[in-house]
Design a protein around this ligand. Structure first.
Ligand SMILES: Nc1ncnc2c1ncn2[C@@H]1O[C@H](COP(=O)(O)OP(=O)(O)OP(=O)(O)O)[C@@H](O)[C@H]1O
Ligand SMILES: [Mg+2]
Length: 456
């Protein structure tokens, strides 16, 4: 008797909770002013009811992967949705509850995430978030006036307990999903003239976010590829930069051997030569480290950067190339250049591009014009100090009206040029909150300037 009463009490309690949830959802149906607000509130109410750990609503997209894209979500483990991919296609990512419910128009549930083979693609991520069972119900309603109303989406619920979604639960949530479909359609109808709301906007927003991410990634890839290409062009120069210390090491080591053969070896000279060997070894290793950095795919997190150091790191990579073209380099560096916040490798890449361009521009000019000056200065602007670096050459230069075109992607005047150097450099500098521009010199050649705000 006692047990029976307890079981009844538990059922009553659950029904009570569902009734309360339904009432809250109904309130939302009438109050929500936008589709997004409605979907989001429903997810939040369901999670607050305590019956589910995660609630999300997904819409089917007609992309190649047939993605079910989350448009509203609430509960614990939201990053789960970022980690997993759900599809409504026939392939494996479409065999889970959400995909099946979207495809078949019928509820689909998994009683035990640990063992159900249909859930294997998402199992590890789901268990990590503490989900044990789940259900997906399609957002479909049938109405006399409108016939079948299909939002082409699903309501998805995850519970911390196994077997949480029995027949009565599935019926309850299916009913709720029907109401959601009905009210969303009503809301879309009311807002028909204003398509900025509704599903178009939701899908467009998700699409835009995805496009932005893809663009960001493409830019990084491109920066990497051009970095590798520039280094390829500089291969001879870089080899020289490594061979020089190696040659010095061999010479010093030979000298040591010679001294040690003497009856009374000149140990002081040996010590000096060994110290030079260590220094040259470090120098070669440093060049290699720098090149590995430039060849690495990943950009590093922005941190404090001293541009004087960046200049010092890049110059040795182009120095032999400069020498080959009889170019003289002068430096005029501000001793108090403020630190900037940035990705050191990317800033090296910018400077490398400017230096290589300056060399290219100076190949054919008379010898007295083959000079390059690297300046750095501090400029004080309204919003504080800025570090400015200029690369000035006496090369062929450009005509003022061309100035803007130089930075266009694929604009090049060189037979083997790609025309990407300046375009990427500008996007890197702007990504650092700075500016990159060019001016034609009064006499000959061009000056490229970049300015970055000092770190605060
Ligand atoms: N220092 C310079 N003096 C004169 N013209 C320049 C200078 N730097 C760049 N330019 C002009 O701008 C164009 C674009 O430069 P950018 O670095 O973007 O591409 P590129 O050097 O032609 O090719 P790459 O993609 O290999 O760098 C050059 O082709 C050249 O016409
Ligand atoms: Mg270039």
């Amino acid at each position: 008797m006692q047990e029976q009463r307890e079981a009844h009490a538990a059922i009553l309690d659950r029904l009570n909770r569902r009734l309360r949830t339904m009432c809250q959802c109904t309130g939302t149906f009438f109050q929500a002013e936008s589709e997004q607000e409605l979907l989001q509130s429903i997810c939040e109410i369901l999670v607050a009811s305590g019956e589910v750990r995660l609630a999300w609503i997904g819409y089917c997209e007609d992309d190649a992967e047939k993605t079910v894209r989350p448009v509203a979500q609430a509960g614990s483990g939201l990053d789960y949705l970022e980690r997993v991919k759900t599809s409504w296609g026939e392939m494996e990512p479409g065999q889970g509850p959400a995909g099946t419910a979207a495809r078949t128009g019928k509820a689909c549930w998994v009683d035990d995430i640990r063992t159900d083979p249909r859930f294997s693609p998402w199992r590890v991520a789901a268990l990590a978030c503490g989900y044990a069972s789940c259900v997906a119900v399609p957002l479909i309603a049938y109405s006399k006036q409108r016939g079948v109303v299909d939002l082409r989406g699903t309501l998805n619920l995850y519970s911390a307990e196994c077997n949480a979604f029995d027949e009565s639960a599935v019926e309850h949530y299916t009913g709720l999903a029907t109401s959601v479909a009905y009210f969303v359609t009503a809301l879309r109808g009311d807002l028909a003239e204003d398509l900025a709301y509704g599903v178009t906007a939701l899908r467009a927003r998700a699409e835009r976010k995805r496009a932005e991410e893809a663009l960001h990634q493409a830019r990084e890839e491109l920066a990497h590829v051009t970095r590798v290409t520039t280094l390829g062009e500089l291969a001879a120069s870089i080899a020289h930069e490594i061979n020089q210390p190696l040659a010095a090491i061999i010479a010093d080591a030979n000298a040591c051997l010679h001294w040690l053969e003497a009856d009374r070896p000149d140990l002081e000279s040996v010590r000096e030569a060994l110290a030079a060997i260590v220094k040259d070894g470090d120098r070669a290793a440093e060049v290699i480290t720098r090149i590995r950095g430039l060849l690495a795919r990943a950009s590093v997190a922005h941190g404090p950067c001293d541009l004087t150091g960046v200049i010092g790191e890049v110059l040795p990579l182009v120095r032999p190339e400069l020498g080959r073209h009889d170019m003289i380099v002068k430096m005029s560096l501000a001793p108090d250049l403020p630190l900037v916040r940035g990705d050191r490798i990317q800033l090296q890449q910018v400077l490398l591009n400017l230096l290589v361009n300056a060399v290219d521009a100076s190949r054919e000019v008379p010898p007295e014009r083959r000079r390059l000056i690297v300046h750095s200065t501090v400029e004080y602007r309204d919003d504080g100090p800025w570090a400015v670096v200029r690369v000035e050459d006496g090369g062929v230069g450009f005509r003022e009206p061309e100035a803007a075109r130089l930075f266009e992607a694929f604009y090049t005047t060189k037979p083997g040029g790609l025309g990407m150097g300046l375009s990427i450099s500008r996007s890197i500098i702007e990504g650092h909150g700075g500016r990159l521009w060019a001016t034609a010199n009064a006499d000959h050649g061009a000056t490229f300037h970049f300015a970055l705000p000092a770190m605060r």
